[in-house]
Design a protein. Structure first.
Length: 73
């Protein structure tokens, strides 16, 4: 098992992420790594993938996305 570099993690959490000390210490190591962008999480959805998905599965129309702005039902 590798040693944990607490000073580096604390700087990343407290300064980099803006966490309060209680918030930092309440996180599990896995949660902290995910917040820092490490771990097994999939990459965020990018514009090109979104456009690809819109082409693959177009809206049939008439849904909430077609309402005029300000029309809440």
């Amino acid at each position: 098992m590798s040693a944990i570099d607490w000073p580096v993690l604390m700087r990343a959490g407290l300064r980099g992420l803006g966490l309060r000390p209680a918030e930092f210490w309440a996180l599990t190591p896995a949660e902290l790594m995910l917040l820092l962008g490490h771990g097994g999480a999939a990459a965020p959805l990018g514009r090109s993938r979104l456009e690809e998905m819109l082409r693959e599965w177009p809206d049939a129309g008439g849904g909430a996305g077609n309402r005029e702005r300000g029309d809440h039902g």
